[in-house]
Design a protein around this ligand. Structure first.
Ligand code: GAR
Length: 208
């Protein structure tokens, strides 16, 4: 059984896709053991509690400094003893210590086709604003392992989504979620739970 901790900051639609995937069998052999948010008001916490999953908030502003927050966050993760940490719209910089302790056991979903529109300042709607400003005709979403860089870790899976005339950032975000994110993240978790994903020389190999 793959024990996963899901980290969230906002609405939690990707978390919901994971909860539904586990409930409906699209994600096999997986248990969501805890949901952690940095934001008390995140609707994702309500989604977790509605599904009977332990949901906790660790807010940076409640700690004296970043180091104290990082320590509390690490402790919360370690207590759950996860096999995999899933960043599903988690907008906090992950402490390096966590990345080192959980090498190739942290995955993130990013709402573009990496390496486009990523790095500092590119999150949520901002990614879609940038894609529209650049005039790309195709965008999408990427699930990747987290390394010490920003959105630079080994790519597990990507899905392309068309940009259409008249798109606003909100319309494009919704299409990318519906056509890519909510499918990709459950697929990737299931592949990992089935032992089909390995990383070799910084590249992801997926077996059938
Ligand atoms: C998603 O679009 C996710 O890809 C993005 O935040 C949104 C969270 O939505 N993540 C990033 O931008 C990370 N850099 P959700 O809370 O409804 O799942």
């Amino acid at each position: 059984m793959l024990k996963i901790v899901v980290c969230v900051s906002g609405g939690g639609t990707n978390l919901q896709a994971i909860i539904d995937g586990v409930a409906q069998g699209a994600i096999t052999n997986t248990q969501i053991v805890k949901v952690i948010s940095n934001n008390q008001g995140a609707y994702a916490l309500t989604r977790a509690r509605n599904a009977g999953i332990q949901a906790v908030c660790i807010a940076p502003k409640e700690y004296a400094d970043r180091e104290a927050f990082n320590q509390a966050f690490l402790q919360e993760i370690d207590q759950a003893q996860p096999d995999l940490i899933v960043l599903a719209g988690f907008l906090v910089k992950i402490p390096v210590q966590l990345i080192r302790s959980y090498g190739n056991r942290i995955i993130n979903i990013h709402p573009s086709l990496l390496p486009s529109f990523c790095g500092t300042g590119y999150y949520g709607l901002k990614v879609h604003e940038a894609a529209l400003a650049r005039g790309v005709k195709i965008t999408g979403a990427t699930v990747h392992f987290v390394d010490e860089g920003m959105d630079t870790g080994p790519i597990i899976m990507q899905k392309a989504v068309a940009v259409k005339e008249g798109d606003t950032p909100e319309i494009l975000q919704k299409r990318v979620m519906e056509e890519a994110e909510w499918l990709l993240l459950p697929w990737c978790i299931n592949l990992i739970a089935c032992g089909k994903v390995k990383v070799e020389n910084g590249q992801v190999l997926v077996s059938e």
